[in-house]
Ligand binder design. Structure first.
Ligand SMILES: Cc1cc2nc3c(=O)[nH]c(=O)nc-3n(C[C@H](O)[C@H](O)[C@H](O)COP(=O)(O)OP(=O)(O)OC[C@H]3O[C@@H](n4cnc5c(N)ncnc54)[C@H](O)[C@@H]3O)c2cc1C
Length: 373
């Protein structure tokens, strides 16, 4: 049996689109299958739109390496293709003695990860640059910035189309079977009809459902360590434009903390916090007081009445309450007898920053897999 398609990617979020853009430069028969009516309807449009520097992740991890590389690639892609961005820099602030130690470790970790230009700022220097911010010490990271993530996804989708690859919407993958020659998969269309296709290579970039997709293909998600724990983060907007840089507290266990994020108009949102959920509901559930109490440690003059619920996003987290760190899973499943299946699981932050580097990394795997089929 010949496969209909050479390479199928499940999911048109930023990662699926970055992958199809990269692969469409060298392969002709590529299809992205997306259940929604357009791209980027899940995590990729519900995030802080920050181009991270890479200081947060353990040295040697995929998160660290792909973030640092993705950071450099993203600025270049934005510059060459007219995508909105601003390299405005970020202060990570310590507000007490204990946090100073955490901050110093963070700087060292960032340097080990190859993040350039990290500098420590004393309180008087911080006050001159960001008069509203109170900190005992801060790390400035000049390579942090913000990006128009919709513009980036549109660029990848358009570039892909011009190369002849297809992004098919309103199509949900509901079943996957290993065949003699690749994979057979079932797609449910929005009118309820179903169609079967075959593909030589199947790339699972299904975000919050990537664990279920891996299971559809025959992998026990618990045995493989792929079970995802959706972890929600809410945002509150601030009706003041009183900051010019990203301001982050020291990181917490499940998130990098309720930070002040700016968009390209310099409107400010605070968030995300982090709490585990068992259903996908994007309503803001957190209390304003939680945000106020956290933010006022570094912005002491903030008025709680100036905060309003804004939006939320849900992280596809591999990490459980008992674990300190889980890396991205990017795995060709040949050892599980599923040659040709590549799973991407747990692509939480810094997945937006890392997306082009993930695509480059994966492209090398795809070349090897394709040549050995
Ligand atoms: C609150 C929050 C803040 C964040 N902030 C940042 C940040 O500032 N900087 C940063 O670098 N990263 C950030 N991230 C991480 C970043 O947003 C994600 O890593 C990235 O968007 C993941 O992209 P994705 O394509 O893997 O997933 P998604 O965007 O979730 O896309 C997955 C796609 O797969 C589709 N799909 C799933 N199952 C099926 C199926 N069976 N059939 C067809 N289609 C299917 C879905 O519909 C979806 O469109 C943040 C994430 C969150 C949640």
């Amino acid at each position: 049996m010949m496969a209909d398609i050479d390479i199928t990617i499940i999911g048109a979020g930023i990662v699926g689109l970055a992958i199809v853009k990269e692969l469409s430069e060298k392969y002709e028969s590529i299809v992205v299958v997306e259940r929604h009516s357009s791209f980027g309807q899940e995590a990729s449009s519900r995030n802080s739109e920050v181009i991270h520097s890479g200081i947060h992740y353990p040295p040697g991890s995929l998160k660290a390496n792909l973030c640092v590389e993705g950071n450099r690639m993203l600025y270049d892609i934005c510059e060459k293709n007219g995508i909105g961005y601003e390299k405005l820099g970020k202060f990570t602030v310590a507000t007490d003695e204990e946090e100073i130690g955490i901050l110093e470790d963070l700087k060292q970790r960032g340097e080990e990860n190859g993040v350039d230009g990290l500098v420590l700022y004393e309180p008087t220097e911080i006050k001159k640059i960001e008069p509203c911010v109170r900190a005992k010490l801060a790390i400035y990271s000049p390579s942090s910035g913000i990006i128009d993530s919709h513009g980036l996804m549109k660029h990848f989708a358009d570039a892909t189309k011009s190369k002849g690859a297809l992004v098919v919407y309103n199509s949900e993958v509901t079943d996957i079977k290993k065949g003699n020659f690749g994979f057979k998969f079932k797609v449910k269309n929005s009118d309820g009809t179903t169609e079967d296709f075959t593909t030589k290579i199947l790339i699972n970039s299904g975000g919050l459902d990537s664990d279920k997709i891996a299971e559809m293909a025959g992998i026990d998600m618990d045995e493989a360590g792929y079970r995802l724990h959706p972890c929600k983060g809410d945002y509150f907007s601030w009706n003041k434009k009183s900051l010019n840089h990203l301001i982050y507290p020291v990181p917490e266990k499940f998130s990098i903390g309720i930070h002040a994020g700016l968009d390209l108009n310099h409107d400010i949102k605070f968030g995300p916090n982090a709490y585990f959920v068992n259903k996908i509901d994007y309503g803001v559930e957190s209390e304003k007081e939680e945000f106020y109490n956290s933010i006022r440690k570094y912005l002491p003059t903030i008025d709680i009445n100036d905060l309003s619920p804004a939006m939320s996003g849900i992280r596809p987290k591999l990490q459980t309450q008992d674990e300190d760190f889980r890396d991205f899973v990017i795995c060709h499943e040949s050892e599980r007898g599923l040659a040709g299946l590549i799973n991407l699981v747990g692509i939480e932050s810094p997945g937006l920053t890392a997306a082009p580097a993930i695509a480059k990394y994966l492209s090398e795997t795809v070349d090897t897999v394709y040549n050995n089929l």
